[in-house]
Every structure is written in C-alpha cells, then in structure tokens.
Design a protein around this ligand. Sequence first.
Ligand SMILES: [Zn+2]
Ligand SMILES: [Zn+2]
Length: 255
Amino acid sequence: MFIDTHVHLNAEQFNEDIEEAIERARQQQVEKMVVVGFDRPTIKRALELAEAYPFIYAVVGWHPVDAIDCTEEDLAWIEELAAHPKVVGIGETGLDYHWDKSPKDIQQEVFRKQIHLAKRVKLPVIIHNRDATEDVLRILREEHAEEIGGVMHCFSGSVESAKESIALNFMISLGGPVTFKNAKKPKQVAEEIELKHLMIETDAPYLAPHPYRGKRNEPSYVPLVAEEIARLKGLPLEEVAEETTKNAINFFKLS
Ligand SMILES: [Zn+2]
Ligand SMILES: [Zn+2]
C-alpha cells in the first residue's frame, strides 16, 4: 500500500477525469491521498473531496506565491477549517523566491502567521520551498516550529539541509524529481536519509515522475517514486512502501 501525501486533485487539471484518476490510483494500491489546498477555490475543493471519499484527507493553507492575496479573513477561515475532522495539516505554506508575484517580506509574514496558526490548532505545517532554504529554516527556527513539526514537501535540497530539517522535527517528502536522471540532490537524499524520515508524494498535476516527465502527473504514479527510492537504497519495494505508509499515517494521524 502507498499513500500520496501531497496531491492537488483539487486543481482544475482534474476537472475532467477525477473519478478515473482516483480509480487508477486505487488500482496501483495508492490507498490514501492527502489533497492540499493553496487558495480559496482549492481549499474549498479539497474539503469537498475529503468529505466525499473516506480515503481522502485535506490540508488547508495559503501558497507563498499568492501570499499578497491572503487576507486576515482567509487566515481566520483556514483556522476555522482546521477543526474539521478530515483536515490533517496547515499548508502549503513557506517561501517561493522563484516567482516574484509576492514580495519576500509579505511571503515571510504570511508564512509566520500560518506557523502561528498551526501551533494554535496543533497541526503540522506543510512547507513549500523554492530557492529559499536559508530563510525557510531560519523562520522555522525563530518561530519554534519544532513544537508542531511538519514536512518539507517535494524536497529538492541537499542532504545537509535535509538533516537540518529533520533536527527541527520535520519529515522529508520526495516526489517525481527523485526519478529524473539528472536529479543529483534528491537521489543523494534518498540514499542517505533514513527511511523513518521519508514520505512520498506526487504533487500532481505537477512534476510527473519518469517516464511521464512533462506530462500531467497523477496519484497513480506515486509507486514510481517509491521504486526509485528502493532502487537507490538497495531495499525491496515492499519495505519502502510499508515504511513510508507508516510514516504518513503517524505524521498526519490518519485513521
Ligand atoms: Zn509546493
Ligand atoms: Zn503542492
């Protein structure tokens, strides 16, 4: 059994065939999926899906790229939703310095506010980091995020920054990029970081693993991520599937 710990079945790319995509995932033993909201419409949709399917859970939060659009009302709404029994985390939040729609200081402010929120509702934080590792780790330290812990989703950093994250009570989640031939860093992380700190995800519809790179990603591809981790670690696929599933169930407290 596998769990896709970060998937956007709530994105419009799944409007046409969501039921088929879920069915294909289930046929590949992807038995649970965590759907991550990142703005108003996708948060609503994540909750709809979590209510419609017993094996789907929701994470609610505001994406750093759109931090400039996030209002106090939005944060209050997210905090209210956190009480929902199928909401298992706050995010995705974090910093994204690749895009400049939201200035850095606003991204950092909205990130800090979501860490505070997560601490109040006692849920882990789901971190999106692009080109901002130093600031992400600094803010997590300053805000004592280790009290709630979280996950570095679709981790693409170095082994060293993975270890720094683990020291802060964070999990490392690997996605499609670990299967890319030229992806040195994620492969090193998969080799060197102990399985007990790892989870797997697709981040679908983005970042499809090899051999689907460049196409629409979907949750039925998450076993390809586990296969590559198993190959790199020299372990049986079953062990990687079992351990990463156990990690996800404990981390998100899934029933
Ligand atoms: Zn992300
Ligand atoms: Zn995402």
